[in-house]
Design a protein around this ligand. Structure first.
Ligand SMILES: [Zn+2]
Length: 319
């Protein structure tokens, strides 16, 4: 079975693993991203993780890796293999990561957007297996997304499509990091859920046991135990997510919507009301066809996606 080394450059952690064509991950290793170190030392650590993953996978009897796949947040230029200016890695400007990885490992390398690769991974080996059309929404520090449509991974004209976090859900609403106002990300990302709770507490509205600074996880837990302010924030979050996901379901008519990222650790508390809102809100056929599901691959999702990317590139070069 073919295998590829997969490297994931996240804002909080670096990960590496060797991925085989059945989607299994061998020698998975993770380390925190020391963002203040800048690109040089972080890439050195990333490549060390890659070598450790190869050693561990080889010890498990996995056949030698034939390529390298790299996952990172955008903006990036996948065709050129360059990290243009990733929003989660300040100061990384035009880093030629593919050329660096090819020199380091002596293997062909390829690069793509982390949320795009997570969509690919979930469609091949996760919660949307066998679906020809699906989209993936990651709700974590920010909100990202990716889609497989009619069996083909969707990339967009410049390779950065699928930015579902920047759908306007409130006209003239909260400022967003992208420069516009009222984006879904400005309300429903983990960061934004916490900030909205802090602001509501400062405004001295509903009673609450929460004390700022509040995390999204604290809001979810307090809402689950009936805290009035936390419940209001959580319900508004679900309502806005429901609005945006319903729009996307109407536009794309997918078989599966997969939800991943840290905020989805709240499980049924997020999934059940959101799935109901989408089923009830979407237009007839689209609402009847869609299943909303939590992600199946957990922390390895981007590594599996990067492995699939590299294996697909190898298969294309052989044909
Ligand atoms: Zn935005």
């Amino acid at each position: 079975m073919d295998s590829a080394l997969a490297l994931d450059i996240g804002g909080t952690k670096l990960a590496a693993g060797v991925v085989t064509s059945d989607g299994s991950v061998h020698g998975f290793v993770v380390e925190p991203t020391r963002r203040s170190d800048g690109p040089g030392p972080i890439i050195t650590t990333l490549f060390e993780l890659g070598r450790r993953a190869i050693e561990a996978a080889t010890a498990e009897g996995v056949r030698a890796v034939a390529g390298v796949g790299i996952s990172c947040g955008g903006p990036l230029d996948a065709a050129a293999g360059v990290l243009v200016n990733p929003l989660h890695l300040p100061g990384w400007i035009d880093v030629p990561i593919v050329a660096m990885a090819e020199a380091e490992f002596g293997l062909p390398a390829s690069l793509d957007n982390d949320a795009t690769l997570a969509a690919l991974a979930e469609q091949r080996h996760g919660a949307a297996r066998e679906a020809r059309s699906m989209f993936y929404l990651t709700i974590s520090t920010g909100i990202g997304g990716g889609a497989v449509l009619d069996g083909v991974l969707y990339r967009g004209a410049a390779g950065n499509g699928g930015e579902f976090g920047h759908i306007t859900v409130v006209r003239g609403g909260r400022p967003c990091l992208c420069g516009r106002r009222g984006c879904l990300e400005a309300y429903a990302s983990g960061t934004s859920i916490g900030v909205r709770a802090d602001e509501a507490i400062a405004a001295d509205g509903l009673p609450t046991s929460l004390v700022p600074p509040v995390t999204a996880e604290q809001v979810a837990n307090a809402a689950a135990s009936g805290d009035p302010l936390a419940s209001a924030i959580w319900n508004e979050t679900i309502e806005l997510l429901g609005q945006a996901v319903t729009d996307l379901v109407n536009i794309l008519e997918p078989e599966v919507v997969v939800l991943g990222g840290g905020v989805t650790r709240s499980g049924a508390q997020l999934l059940d009301p959101l799935a109901r809102a989408v089923r009830e809100g979407a237009m007839g056929p689209a609402g009847a066809a869609v299943r909303v599901s939590l992600a199946g691959l957990g922390d390895t999702v981007c590594v599996v996606g990067a492995g699939m990317l590299a294996l697909d590139a190898l298969a294309a070069s052989h044909s």
